[in-house]
Structures are given as structure tokens and as C-alpha cells.
Write a protein that binds this ligand. Structure first.
Ligand SMILES: [Zn+2]
Length: 188
């Protein structure tokens, strides 16, 4: 590191500490040639990871965007900003841990859902209903059923068996699991 005053390339670090945001190291250096002091910052390189969207478009990974999404889902919910910041940090960690250059947006979406589910169920359902392309209402109900169950249990299970015996006759042929449409996994 060249001294900004005399351009000598010889200095010693006299002090070293984390910056206010914690993402940089601030170093106080002293030039061994002229004796003057200056400060350098060592900062983590901006994440080069890009997010691959559903339509194939790429955009830079943006932690603020995730935070905004979380804030929206947690609007008027008892979830602190600290908790949301922690979630973003965890998600960013997962992403950079598992992907080198590109991450599918679905991966991030699933992480967000998993985190929200732990913190606030209302926020979770809000996010899930927007994020997931639920094909129909039934699919959405499947998703939130565990949450509804726990609520029904509290309220005293009054409507435990809707429809009664009718249900089995009216249903289709037990879903179409065998027909190979369950999960597409393209080879390349
Ligand atoms: Zn100097």
C-alpha cells in the first residue's frame, strides 16, 4: 500500500478495527518513510452472485430486495428489524455458501419461506401466497393447512369433518401421481 503523501511503499499498521457496519476492516497505517498516518479500508468484495429469475433473466443478488420483501410480509406484525436483518444475513450466507455465480430465485424464495415460517406464521402465509404460483385454491389450502389445524385445535374443533361421507364419492381418481406429472426434472 503506497503512502498517499510520499508514495513510499512501506508502512506499518498501528491500529485495526471493524468499521461501524461491520463489513469492513479499518486500518490506521503509518508510513515508515515520511512518518505520516493514513487510513485504509479492507472491504468484502461485492457479491458477484446473480439471481436467475423464472423467465431466465439475471439480476445481481440484492440483500436489500430480500429485506424489503420481508418487511412487506411482516407489515404490522410483531417482528423486529433485527430479526429481519438476521434472516437476510442467514439467507445471504446460505446463498454464497452453496452457489458460486448464479442462484435460482426459487432457492431464495424457499429460504425466505422457511425463515418466515419460524418467525411469524401470518407473515409466512402472506409471503407464500404471493411468492408461490399456487395453481388453485386447494394447493394453497394444503400449504396453510398445518397452520389452520393448530388454530382450529385452539378454538375447539367444531368443523372437523366437512362434507362427511360425500367427500369420497365426489373426488377424482385419487390424484394423478402415477402419470409422471408430479415433478419435472429436466436433464440439462
Ligand atoms: Zn509517506
Amino acid at each position: 500500500m503506497k503512502c498517499p503523501f510520499c508514495k513510499a511503499d512501506n508502512s506499518r499498521v498501528v491500529d485495526s478495527r471493524a468499521s461501524a457496519d461491520g463489513f469492513a476492516i479499518r486500518r490506521r497505517r503509518e508510513c515508515l518513510a515520511c512518518g505520516r498516518r493514513y487510513t485504509t479500508y479492507e472491504r468484502i468484495e461485492e457479491s458477484p452472485i446473480r439471481v436467475v429469475k423464472k423467465d431466465g433473466a439475471r439480476e445481481p443478488f440484492d440483500r436489500r430486495k430480500i429485506l424489503m420483501g420481508l418487511m412487506k410480509a411482516c407489515e404490522k406484525r410483531p417482528v423486529s428489524m433485527d430479526a429481519l436483518e438476521e434472516i437476510v444475513a442467514r439467507i445471504e450466507h446460505h446463498v454464497t455458501d452453496q452457489f458460486e455465480r448464479e442462484v435460482p430465485c426459487q432457492f431464495i424464495g424457499r429460504l425466505v419461506m422457511r425463515e418466515l415460517r419460524k418467525v411469524d406464521q401470518v407473515a409466512y402465509v402472506r409471503f407464500a401466497s404471493v411468492y408461490r404460483d399456487f395453481k388453485d385454491v386447494a394447493e394453497f389450502v394444503d400449504e396453510i393447512r398445518p397452520l389452520l389445524k393448530s388454530k382450529a385445535a385452539k378454538a375447539g374443533s367444531k368443523t372437523s369433518k366437512p362434507g362427511g361421507a360425500k367427500g369420497s364419492a365426489g373426488k377424482g381418481p385419487g390424484g394423478s401421481k402415477g402419470s409422471g406429472g408430479s415433478k419435472k426434472k429436466p436433464r440439462s
